[in-house]
Design a protein. Structure first.
Length: 255
């Protein structure tokens, strides 16, 4: 059974854990069934608020993990008292750990060309026996029909069970949705900046900033030109939208 979802502002967020997601992916690999998982922060929730088509993509996902602490706090406010963060980069490592132990094959889709080699080397060093059966860095433009058909065939022939997709939100979610029926027996997981973090080309926020919900500040200071719109114009809208939903829920729950 899939973990239950709680509607937060614009999309259903799964009440789940690292352990549950890893177990589901291992089960799906054994069954040979196809799925996709979205790892969703406030950024994704607000995009879904503005774009019904993107909200549909999130809501169609088998699992939508709470990637950011504000999303975790929102889940807790609606009764998921023990909910913890299920963070994309950490989830990727936990899935690779399990994959190395159980012979699950992985494919890497995304990242800059110069990122894939150190990413693959670091993952294999960290998890001996990990089977990385292919990788592809897509161009920063839509693929042609021919290019897309070629990469689909490559992924199918690779024998991968898990495809990690690292092309940022909302592109990675749209790509997974468009290809949800293209890879029989494959689970796709959108992990965003995890490729850069695990390749060692970008630094992650310190644990204390992550726990305090301040990772956005660390990333904004690290990449102001690329991320200022996300963290100055988009994500601040989450708090009042969540507050309105929470107050409405409280009123409706009164006798």
């Amino acid at each position: 059974m899939l973990p239950a979802k709680q509607f937060i502002v614009s999309a259903g967020i799964s009440k789940t854990s690292y352990t549950e997601v890893v177990a589901l992916c291992r089960q799906w690999a054994q069954e040979g069934s196809s799925h996709y998982i979205c790892v969703t922060s406030v950024h994704g929730v607000i995009i879904a608020k503005d774009d019904p088509a993107f909200a549909e993509i999130l809501n169609a996902a088998d699992v939508v993990t709470p990637d950011g602490m504000p999303v975790v706090w929102a889940l807790r406010s609606f009764g998921a008292a023990g909910q913890q963060r299920v963070y994309g980069p950490t989830l990727m490592l936990e899935l690779c750990r399990s994959a190395a132990q159980h012979g699950v094959r992985i494919y890497l889709y995304g990242g800059h060309p110069e990122v894939l080699a150190p990413l693959e080397a670091n993952l294999k060093q960290k998890f001996p026996g990990l089977q990385i059966v292919g990788s592809y860095s897509p161009p920063f433009r839509p693929l042609t029909v021919e290019e897309d058909a070629k990469i689909q065939e490559e992924i199918r022939r690779s024998g991968a069970h898990l495809v990690f997709v690292g092309i940022s939100t909302p592109k990675q979610e749209r790509w997974m949705f468009q290809h949800r029926n293209a890879f029989p027996g494959v689970t796709m997981i959108g992990v965003g900046a995890a490729f850069d973090f695990h390749a060692g080309v970008k630094a992650q926020a310190p644990p204390w900033m992550q726990k305090a919900g301040l990772e956005w500040l660390f990333r904004l200071l690290s990449e102001p030109q690329r991320l200022w719109r996300r963290y100055v114009l988009i994500t601040p809208r989450f708090l009042p939208l969540w507050l309105v939903q929470h107050l409405k829920s409280m009123r409706e729950s009164r006798p």
